[in-house]
Write a protein that binds this ligand. Structure first.
Ligand code: GLY
Ligand code: MN
Length: 461
């Protein structure tokens, strides 16, 4: 946990934004995997972590925005718990770590909320994303659990998003630690990327690094020589020369701050000419986009910049044609890069996605497009100091999509379908880094992770 002052200050700021009513925060509970006592790895809710820091199952909190009283709801361990799980601090001791003096058993939560509702006070809560939380909220609020997302407080969502979007120094230090773990994971993956090895072995090795140095991975590792599938979670292949392995993997620190890094390595550690053709284009999109980031620019503009670099590069090697700016405007480049440039990152790897992507990445002025490719851009807003986000351009040869567009004669003014065959074996290339917006420009987070052709070939040898 951070010092109590960090959480006290965050709650003070939230109180100023909300002014009235109650804020009801449910921490996560243990979730059974295959029978009740065999639970999934416990992950605390990120908003609960942000405002209260307590990283244990079964806690809740109420902030009374009118009176300024905060209460932690939790149950002290009884003897049975201690026998099986060892001694634990009391709820009062835990609450004091987050600067809260009032505590109450969980059983009192429903009564406290009911009293507020009977006085017609507004109870604000955030949209739940787990069945257990929906059920508990439904029971406490006496509402249909299926309606909990719809009934969540937009005022509270907006207040929380406005705070969590701007990272404090203590958060940035954590994210840097998470990138350092990711660096070890990626260097190991590059060194293991040899013909004959099963992807699963590399997957296991780098997941082990994340677990041995932090709280594990920040999302299920994506690792495959079939990188043309953007989020490939199957690791069954035996690596073959001629293919490229996409590794999209990040770590969570013990405090649950994330990193999210992607590197693409040629199997065997040496780039062929066609691999280099595509790799250099994506690398240029990655480095030039990162170099352009500064306060005031929007992430949507950065997305267009990266797409234009991809389209221009693909034109130079004959895969695209015509005016690159026009091609990007029309969405033709999305055949090769059908995703957004990146997303905010923090306590969640897709930060605050549970609160609603459009509250996090869009506002009343910048609305989400429905154009194929651009529609997947999660974060489009103007940068301000304290924003942390990923920059992850890619270029993919997705057989099904290429076949469909070719049959539909889509964007024939911009795409040379007859030239694509030669590059199909490249599969996919993605290069991702984590960036912070500073007062004057930006900072690439963490120590550099091998990225140029020369650096990757050196690590692999
Ligand atoms: N690293 C996975 C993603 O950004 O979706
Ligand atoms: Mn990412």
């Amino acid at each position: 946990m951070f010092k109590a002052e960090v959480y006290i200050k965050r709650r003070e700021e939230l109180r100023k934004k909300m002014k009235k009513g109650l804020g009801l925060f449910l921490g996560n509970v243990e979730s059974p995997m295959n029978y009740p006592a065999n639970t999934y790895h416990f992950r605390q809710d990120s908003d609960f972590l942000y405002y209260f820091g307590l990283d244990l199952p079964g806690f809740a909190a109420i902030m009374d925005f009118d009176t300024g009283r905060d209460t932690i709801f939790g149950n002290d361990f009884d003897m049975d718990d201690i026998i099986w799980m060892g001694p634990q601090p009391t709820v009062r001791e835990l609450a004091s770590k987050t600067g809260v003096t009032e505590t109450s058993p969980v059983a009192k939560l429903e009564e406290t909320v009911s009293q507020a509702l009977s006085k017609k006070r507004k109870v604000h809560f955030l949209p739940p994303y787990r069945g257990e939380t929906k059920m508990t909220l439904g029971a406490i609020l006496k509402e249909n659990p299926c309606m909990m997302k719809t009934l969540a407080s937009i005022d509270l969502i907006k207040a929380v998003v406005s705070m969590r979007s701007i990272k404090g120094d203590e958060e940035i230090a954590e994210i840097e630690k998470a990138v350092a773990i990711a660096r070890d994971m990626h260097v190991t993956a590059m060194q293991m990327c040899k013909p004959g090895i099963r992807e699963q072995e590399i997957f296991g090795a780098i997941e082990g690094i994340a677990l041995s140095k932090g709280a594990g991975t920040s999302f299920p590792v994506i690792l495959s020589m079939n990188g043309q599938t953007l989020h490939n979670h199957s690791h069954d292949n035996i690596l073959k020369k001629g293919r490229m392995m996409v590794t999209d993997a990040g770590a969570e620190t013990i405090m649950h701050y994330s990193s999210d890094i992607t590197r693409t390595t040629p199997v065997g550690g040496k780039f062929s000419d066609i691999q280099k053709d595509i790799y250099e284009i994506v690398l240029k999109a990655n480095t030039e986009s990162i170099n352009a980031t500064r306060p005031g620019l929007s992430n949507r503009d950065l997305h267009f910049l990266a797409c234009k670099i991809i389209a221009t590069g693909l034109k130079e090697i004959g895969l695209m044609k015509g005016d690159s700016e026009e091609a990007v405007k029309a969405g033709a480049h999305a055949l090769f890069m059908p995703h957004g440039l990146g997303h905010m990152m923090g306590l969640d790897v897709h930060d605050m996605e549970a609160l609603g992507e459009n509250y996090v990445g869009y506002n009343d002025e910048i609305k989400r497009s429905d154009q194929f490719g651009l529609a997947f851009l999660r974060f489009a807003l103007q940068y301000v100091p304290g924003h942390v986000f990923t920059v992850e351009p890619g270029c993919y040869f997705i057989p099904e999509l290429i076949e469909k567009w070719k049959a539909d004669r889509k964007f024939t003014d911009f795409i040379n379908y007859s030239k694509i065959d030669k590059y199909m074996q490249v599969g996919g290339v993605r290069i991702e880094d984590d960036v912070l917006i500073t007062a004057k420009g930006h900072k690439l987070l963490g120590k550099p992770i091998p990225k140029t052709v020369k650096e990757i070939e050196a690590v692999c040898s």
